[in-house]
Ligand binder design. Sequence first.
Ligand code: ATP
Length: 410
Amino acid sequence: MTENRAVTGASIRLDGVVKRYRGQSKPAVESIDLDIEAGQVVAFVGPSGCGKTTTLKMINRLIEPTAGRILIGDRDVTHENPDKLRQSIGYVIQSGGLFPHWSVARNIGAVPRVLGWDGKRIEERTEYLLDLVGLDADTFRDRLPKDMSGGQQQRVGVARALAADPPVLLMDEPFGAVDPITRVRLQDSLIAIQHELAKTVVIVTHDFEEATKLGDKVLILSEGGHIEQYATPEEILATPATPFVEEFVGSGATLAHLTLSRVKDVDHDAVVTARVGESSHEVIGRARARGATWIVVVDTHGRPRAWPSLDEVATKERISDYLDPRLPVVAPSSTLNDALDTMLAASQGGVLVTDGRGAVTGSLTIATIMSVIRGQLSDARADDGHVTYTGYDEHGRGDDGPPEGEVRAP
Ligand SMILES: Nc1ncnc2c1ncn2[C@@H]1O[C@H](COP(=O)(O)OP(=O)(O)OP(=O)(O)O)[C@@H](O)[C@H]1O
């Protein structure tokens, strides 16, 4: 993930770090040695109580280590002033953790204000960050968190954590409290942001699939903060280091392989786009010339708003503005599993693919995904015969799926 990018992250090293909570007979973290490369995303996974959060919070010293050293870049921060340290480490928790009575802009500007930035610089930074996390600054700048969805609040949480441009971002179950489709979008946003900024990101998650999707490397811990395996998702799936890892990855392994295949790895179909107000006649002519039976209506930034059929377009003289709330959209970094979930949630036979800023770049049909999955499953079944994807045929109709007529993408 780090090639061709200016890495703005810093390496992290835990050197014999121990945490013994008062009154506990066993240490929560026995002694951990860990090197995280600058610009990488590392996901911590493991069963409940294994010490993921304790390890994470020792990096910014929200929890003080009992022994050992913590280095960020070349800096030994074990004894640095913890408040000062936390100004240089972004921290994101579940549900955003925003101050409820502060506007979005005030929340984002919290650390820069403490650092003494002038108002104009904070304002510019806020605009940049809102755009980066996919929120329109004019719409959201003055909102209170309670007037936003969980996913939007979490986006602001990420913007706030990045406000002072810290080299390190720590995330504790950041997407645990949102619905599955919002979760996919937030994960894809994080991947796009990380692609742009190349911070060092450490993320705690309960979800192995999320860990393999987000992590350049995954750290699998067992009780006492014991490292079972620290490797790339591919390595963990191909060669689990211990019986514990094998069991932890378990029967999810075959499906986890699907999380390694991304939307960007398969061929997309081109789409015909049209702006609101264009002549329907002209748009239909353009679409027919390219063999399309439907088009994508986009806003001025190229973001999709609806995907009407040519028959629907023909009912109006000009392309009308309508936001389809069920529009299924994925990012290049979405996994094929995400794309399937998104299609099924929207009862559609295809999805639109958008870039990091939300502009549409193509579409993907269920038939394409199914053929990739079928190939992977037949490979995987050679050693794991009991996982099947039943109920969906190559036309995109599941047992409970939509009638064929509703399936937009053929
Ligand atoms: N403040 C505390 N005082 C005493 N023990 C604690 C404290 N915080 C955590 N522990 C214990 O330390 C161990 C590790 O906890 P930690 O929260 O780091 O685990 P985790 O892997 O993040 O768990 P989960 O996935 O359930 O959040 C657990 O046994 C927990 O009970």
